[in-house]
Ligand binder design. Structure first.
Ligand code: ZN
Length: 282
């Protein structure tokens, strides 16, 4: 009888275990929360299988106006480490800190030479520069070794491997832009400031002061594009496709999709570099 009840207890315990969601089980991994999807690949490349990563801004959401939902606070409460983009993107960070006072918070923009916008605020799109990403990777590495100093060598090796990938793509892009006849590329919203700085280019945004453009501004951009024989405009998934079509037709340019928030960071940067370069060399 006694043996039987032990079996029942074990069976019950197994059943109960099955009902508990995976987040409640200690995973033995470092729980990292970050703001935007491109950061995930950077963090994963250093932390590999030792990290669990939660991204707060969901695909398709507008990161500049995004604020974490109450349902996301649980991931924050369980976080060991928060990797901020920094440069002003997380204007709601104080709220998150109240949920979890113990997590280590790293600002991945630390050490990056920030570009100031006309209102004196930093341009937050730091990740769209491979050179900035090298600095961000170092900050991520510093965060991981603070949480898990025993695995310092593991993180160091991973960091160095990924830095090499970033630098070799940077060298490739540098070479392709060096032979560009033109320097101007037209984008939807001005996310490519740091990218343009790296390769000595000029981005011309279709948006006027972060808003949908007025006819006067749009006329100027179209004029500029014609003068410079612009062959492509780069638009984001959120951009009104009808408006893009009208503008592209006026410029006699083709539309190329470019997502600054793609999760496959390195591949996306390679694609962006290739497409932008094609538009400047042809
Ligand atoms: Zn943006």
């Amino acid at each position: 009888m006694k043996n039987f009840s032990i079996l029942v207890v074990i069976a019950l315990a197994a059943l109960l275990c099955g009902c508990i969601s995976p987040q409640e089980l200690p995973s033995g991994k470092i729980n990292v929360v970050t703001t935007i999807a491109p950061q995930k690949e950077l963090i994963k490349s250093v932390g590999k299988e030792k990290v669990n990563i939660t991204v707060l801004v969901p695909p398709g959401a507008e990161p500049h106006t995004f604020e974490p939902a109450p349902s996301q606070m649980r991931a924050v409460a369980n976080a060991d480490l928060y990797i901020m983009n920094g440069a002003g993107l997380e204007f709601w960070m104080d709220k998150l800190l109240q949920v979890n006072k113990k997590m280590i918070v790293i600002d991945s923009s630390k050490g990056i030479d920030l570009v100031l916008e006309s209102e004196g605020e930093a341009d937050p799109h730091i990740w769209l520069s491979l050179r900035n990403a090298v600095v961000q990777l170092e900050n991520i590495y510093q965060g991981l070794i603070r949480v898990d100093p025993d695995n310092r060598d593991f993180y160091l090796k991973n960091k160095e491997d990924y830095v090499q990938k970033l630098q070799s793509l940077d060298a490739e892009l540098n070479e392709s832009f060096a032979s560009a006849h033109r320097k101007i590329f037209v984008v939807h919203h001005p996310a490519w400031t740091y990218f343009a700085r790296d390769y000595n280019l000029d981005q011309v945004p279709l948006m006027e002061n972060e808003k949908e453009p007025g006819p006067k501004y749009l006329g100027e951009v179209i004029e500029l594009a014609r003068k410079n024989n612009i062959t492509a405009i780069f638009v984001e998934p959120e951009f009104n496709p009808k408006a893009a079509e009208v503008i592209a037709k006026e410029m006699n340019a083709s539309i190329i999709d470019l997502d600054p928030l793609a999760e496959n960071y390195l591949e996306n940067m390679r694609y962006a570099g290739k497409k932008i370069a094609e538009g400047l060399i042809s």
